[in-house]
Design a protein around this ligand. Sequence first.
Ligand code: F6P
Length: 509
Amino acid sequence: MFPKVNPITTKSWNNLKEIRESYGQTFPLKATLEATNWNQRLAQLELQDCTFDFSKNYLNEKIFQELLALAEECGLNAAMSALKAGEKINETENRAVLHTALRAKSGYNIELEGEDIRKAIDIQLSRIEEYCNALHAKNVKGIGGAQIDTIVNIGIGGSDLGPAFVNEALRDYNKGIQTYYVNNIDGDCLADVLHKVCPSKTLFVVVSKTFTTTETITNAQSAKQWFHEQGYLEEEVLAKHFIAVTTENGLPAVEEFGIHAAQTYFFWEWVSGRFSLWSAAGISIPLAIGFENYRALLDGAHVADTHFFEEKFDTNIPVIDALLTVWYINFWQCQTQAILPYSSRLKKLVDYLQQSFMESNGKSVDRNNEHVAYATAPIIFGGEGTNSQHSFFQLLHQGTLLIPTQFIAISERAHSSPVHHTILNQNCYAQLQALLEGQDHSHPQRFYAGDKPSTLIQLKQLTPTSIGILLGLYEHRVFAEGVIWNIFSFDQWGVELGKKLAKEKLMTN
Ligand code: F6P
């Protein structure tokens, strides 16, 4: 197991504190960039077709070296090895954390709970491939022999956000399958979807790690009832219109619901919900875009894993990204970070990342069970450009809060009008320039201070591989931040109390 280091006791933390105190309210970003080209080495960190430009951040050589030293002192190397080896680093739930195994084509011959996980993964992947290929070959039929052409993913949190984001991002790859998501317990959420779909052509994909989540099970029961109300036989409905995705522990509840074993796909306790789109929990992705494209998505994430595990820290994208977050949150007292994809296809990215970052690292007790004396995860917010420019960007430019920003642009869009795409991207680059340079003006209302930090992420194209790389890198950033803050990133005890109280209220109601 890797060391449990309180970051504020490290030499580098204290050095960084001193460095921070040597600056006033802001960092002279523009002047620093003009005075030295040191930052240029951070301007183009490439991983296949994804490029990261970290050069416009509050960095200089000394700060960067101290941040790298912080990662070393906090035992990030040992933590990465423990993650990869399948050690039970999710201590509070006594579980390994092996989402990286899900996207590797080989290796990970690790025995967990009497099961070789490589074999277990390959079995489920083959089953998923077979089912998706049958669907796309028009061989999956509903009641009365109608061809299934619509899927409704019923799930919430990690059992919803990943598939919803990816299927929207990769809509150009859709195989002609209408795809809907039912997540909220609000009856309108299900009713709105049921109004749009045809029962004999629709497959409900019920995804729940526990298969006890109230929202998901209630929505699935109501969907079953909807068929019943239209005179369909329950047995036939369950055989032809429902599949389940769960873990071994969820199986009794699946059986009670009535979904057949042949229609049930599995993932494992060592896959946290918010890292589960790479497992059968993401089955709505290959159902929508085809198995070969899903495989490319997994391969992209595997590229990110290899980079994270093998690259030196000073060119390791998720490590640098994590260290910048720590620098801003713990030393510049930032409490937020904006994620700004300049792409309508990526409009669900922020929702997805909110769970990833805030459910993982929204913790205030460290791995020694002590209250932390420093800030942890920031509030992640954002939205698509250019819409957000006409909404909250005013605050980024002239508000009193310092908000580090991450812009995401797609260089080439084969499926979009070149005119629109050029306007879109030039707007993105203009924002980066405005945040950095600001504008001198004699009138105080028109004065822009500039010197605001930003990162630019460019994907050459929107492909399964580039989306896989992007998500994989973000996941490793979550992990690296958690290690430095010495917190457990893979549990979510904070959400349990509300669930318990809601259940109690329902019992006494
Ligand atoms: O309430 C939080 C949570 O446990 C998430 O971590 C998870 O992604 C979501 O609920 C759904 O859980 P399940 O897949 O077990 O239905």
